[in-house]
Write a protein that binds this ligand. Structure first.
Ligand code: NAD
Length: 265
């Protein structure tokens, strides 16, 4: 790709939860499109591995050890990113986990852990990046990794559904407050993607529903898609590139569903 054709040339991005799955794919694509990328993750070794992969391909990246639920870690990680890579233009708030349990069986500690990672993490990352973006005065793009579960509910996923719905509210508020600074905020809502996060919940769903693991994929996860297919990390990364490269406030406060037609609106 020539430099002129790169969509994120000269931009700095931080992607949380980028040691694995969807975040990793977004980081790799952003780097190919010319961005300098911070790979922020709880898993430091994994984050450094992805950064090395980008640098080996001629890009610029750093691994940042960062637990998104820790105010200090997020402040420090984003400060290090801005200092090392030249400010912050794009945040992808993506770190996440899943806990599959019915509400009557759910421990309060598990509820709080889910809300802490998905919502506190998004808030802390947003606040730290907004401060840089406002100070820099060159606009910015904030992208939240929502889910089809930002739009509808499934049994056994109470805290996930609540947190993913919450991200839509946070995004819309950032859109309102950020507009004067040309900071946009949008949400990506993927359907099922076969990452470690999804693979690990298949056995639990199989047990709970008395099905084989194959049936869980076909009869639960992909039942309402238009074509019975899983969404891929590459599909989600393309949507993340679109939001990151869109330069005006015309596209802000929105959510886009990337789910093979599982949910339409
Ligand atoms: P994944 O398990 O492959 O990757 C998640 C990453 O987040 C891991 O590297 C993990 O170390 C990191 N992480 C977890 N807790 C963290 C913390 N406290 N601080 C920093 N990093 C942390 O999962 P994935 O499927 O790529 O999920 C990424 C995001 O996409 C999540 O927000 C998830 O809810 C969302 N999502 C996934 C799917 C799917 O089907 N896989 C669908 C919709 C939305």
């Amino acid at each position: 790709m020539t430099h002129a054709a790169m969509k994120l040339k000269g931009k700095t991005a931080i992607v949380t939860g980028a040691a694995s799955g969807i975040g990793r794919e977004i980081a790799l694509l952003y780097a190919r499109e010319g961005a300098r990328v911070a790979i922020a993750d709880l898993n430091q070794t994994g984050a450094e591995g992805v950064a090395r992969e980008i640098e080996a391909a001629g890009g610029r990246a750093i691994g940042v050890a960062m637990d998104v639920t820790s105010e200090d870690a997020v402040e420090q990680g984003i400060e290090t990113t801005a200092k090392t890579l030249g400010g912050i233009d794009i945040l992808v708030s993506n770190a996440g986990i899943q806990i599959v349990k019915s509400l009557d069986q759910l421990a309060y500690a598990d509820w709080r852990r889910m809300i802490a990672i998905h919502l506190d993490g998004a808030f802390l990352s947003t606040r730290a990046c907004l401060r840089h973006m406002y100070r820099q005065g060159r606009g910015g793009s904030i992208i939240y990794m929502g889910s089809v579960h930002s739009k509808l509910a499934s049994a056994l996923k109470g805290p996930y559904v609540a947190a993913k719905h919450g991200l839509i509210g946070l995004c819309r508020t950032v859109a309102k407050e950020g507009a004067a600074h040309r900071v946009r905020a949008n949400v990506i809502c993927p359907g099922f993607v076969l990452t470690p996060l999804v693979k690990s919940q298949i056995p639990e769903l199989a047990r709970a529903n008395g099905m084989s693991e194959d049936e869980v994929a076909k009869k639960i996860m992909l039942k309402d898609t238009a074509d019975g297919e899983f969404t891929t990390t590459a599909d989600v990364a393309e949507a993340a590139l679109f939001f990151a490269a869109f330069e005006t406030n015309a596209l802000t406060g929105q959510s886009i569903i990337v789910s093979h037609g599982w949910h339409m609106e």
